[in-house]
Structure formats: C-alpha cells, structure tokens
Design a protein around this ligand. Structure first.
Ligand code: T3D
Length: 263
C-alpha cells in the first residue's frame, strides 16, 4: 500500500506531501497519524529549518475522508466528533502554529474542510492558479473546525470569514489573493519550484530569529500593546544573545554573505 504521507528532505527544507491523490488527499486515520508524527519530528529535528506542506495529485486536501467515517453512521448510536478532532486534528494544527520554524503551505488544488484549515494554519501560503479554498463543513452539516474559526476571521475579517463558512462557496486563487488568504499565486507549473525557492531562502536565514518572530506574532493575536512591547523586548534580548546576531552584523560590516548556524 502506498504511503499516505511522503517526506522529502532537501538541505534544511523538509516537505511533507499528503499522498492520497485518488480522494484528493482527504484525511483518513493513517494520514492523520503520519502527519501528526511528521510535524512533531520536524519540530525536534535540528537539521530542519523550514517545513513545506503540499499535496500529491490535483488536490491539496479535501478534509476528513467521508468514506472513512461511514462506519460511524451504521446505527443510531450517538456520535461524538469532538474526541476525533481533539485526538487527531487539533495536535497537528497546534504544532504547526507553535513550532518555531516557518511552515509553508503549497496549495496545489482544492483545500476543503479540514484541508482548508490545515492550509490556513501554515505561516505562508503559496497557491497555484488552480487552487481553491472551501469551508466545506456546512455542506455536510458541520461547523468549521481544525482552526478555521480562529484563522479565517483573523486573515480576511469576520464579514468574509462568516460568509465563506456559512455558504461553503469556493474561493478561487485570484480571489484568495485579493482578500489576503494567500501570500502569492503562481502558475501550476511553477508551484513546486517557487515554493522550494522561498523555503531555501527561509532556511538560510537565522533560525532563532525566525522562531522567536513567529512566537511573538502568534502571541500578538490576543495581546495588549504594552504587554506585547514588553514581550518584544524580551524576545530581542534572547535574539541579541545568539551567535547568528553577531554573524549578521559582522557579515554586513564586512560586506559578505552571512553564514547562519542556528546558534
Ligand atoms: O468527521 C469528523 O471527524 C469531523 C471532522 C471534520 C472535518 C472536515 O473536513 S468535514 C468536511 C469534509 N470534506 C468535505 O465535505 C469535502 C467533500 N468533497 C467535495 O466537496 C469535493 O470533492 C471537492 C469540492 C473538494 C472537489 O470536487 P471535485 O469535483 O474537484 O472532485 P470530486 O470528483 O468530488 O472528488 C474526486 C474524488 O475524491 C472522488 O472520488 P471518485 O468518485 O473519483 O472515486 C470523491 O469521492 C473523492 N473525495 C473528495 N473529497 C472526499 C473524497 N472522498 C472521501 N472524503 C472526502 N472528503
């Protein structure tokens, strides 16, 4: 049986490719377990400085595999979806946000339901022209989960977020760019190369500075200004004590390329 997740390393960049193309990379328990382990491993591994999440075939991910859960509905027993989310989806979304490494979502096609949430959890989203985003939950009588109610209003505002969530309509790549849902749209053919180019650029930058920046930005979503100013000062004390800070300053003054090591 083919692996549900393909893991590829290129220098300091690790790509996690969802690999159930026949069902648009929808999530069964195997894929969720593999992705959960892969994000935990990527966080711990010092040789990984940037993570890319991508999809095989024509989709990014169509969310929960609806066939995989059909067993649940065989009888009239009450169903408790919350524990499935808490055990399998939520730890993945949390890890992507708290990992002090940049995570790029390379959205090659449709990102629907929890697949859309997964894309939204990434730090940077690059979309192919044929990509689309669908808060598909409502179409199957569910509410947005896996972080969609958190990320979407913060990214595009409550007005647009709520409309996407309660209509379940498809937002294509050009609209996604216009409303601030993605950083960039590239041609389908260029998605792989453009993503790798950005990932390699990020991997060459000082890892601690990037990690602390991500931590501070995450925190800012629910902070007061004075409190956040103080937090920035604290983060800067830490960053200022790294070897990479000295290397960056020295390289600038010596007019050479810096060599950041993560120390
Ligand atoms: O349940 C819990 O544990 C709670 C968690 C919930 C999280 C969620 O993600 S709920 C939302 C689940 N996802 C959906 O409702 C999306 C369902 N899929 C679609 O609406 C459409 O497939 C798309 C709009 C995403 C794409 O449409 P299209 O026309 O490009 O492709 P298609 O023909 O519909 O799909 C291609 C194949 O993938 C097809 O299989 P076939 O007919 O070729 O054998 C289709 O059945 C399969 N597929 C697509 N999405 C899913 C799926 N199979 C299982 N589960 C899916 N989610």
């Amino acid at each position: 049986m083919a692996e549900t997740l393909i893991i590829e390393n290129d220098g300091f960049v690790r790509t996690l490719r969802l690999n159930r193309p026949d069902v648009l990379n929808s999530f069964n328990n195997d894929l969720l377990a593999a992705l959960g382990k892969a994000v935990r491993d990527a966080e711990k591994d010092k040789t990984v400085r940037c993570v890319v999440i991508a999809g095989a075939g024509r989709g990014f991910s169509a969310g929960q595999d609806l066939a995989d859960v059909a067993d649940r509905y065989k009888d009239d027993a009450p169903i408790e979806l919350g524990s499935h989310l808490r055990e399998r989806y939520n730890p993945i979304i949390s890890k992507i946000r708290t990992m002090e490494k940049p995570v790029i979502g390379a959205v090659n096609g449709v990102a629907a339901g929890a697949g859309c949430s997964l894309a939204l959890a990434c730090d940077i989203r690059i979309a192919a022209e044929s990509a689309s985003f669908i808060e598909a939950f409502v179409n199957v009588g569910l509410v947005p989960d896996s972080g969609s109610t958190f990320f979407l209003p913060r990214l595009v505002g409550v007005l647009r977020a709520l409309e996407m969530a309660i209509t379940g309509r498809k937002v294509k790549a050009d609209e996604a760019l216009q409303i601030g849902l993605v950083n960039r749209v590239v041609s389908d053919a260029e998605l792989g190369a453009e993503t790798q180019k950005l990932a390699q650029q990020l991997a060459a930058l000082p890892p601690r500075a990037i990690g602390l920046t991500k931590r501070a930005m995450n925190r800012a979503w629910s902070a007061e200004l004075d409190d956040q100013l103080d937090y920035e000062a604290m983060m800067q004390t830490t960053a200022g004590q790294t070897r990479d800070h000295r290397e960056g300053v020295a390289a600038f003054l010596e007019k050479r390329k810096p060599n950041f090591t993560g120390d």
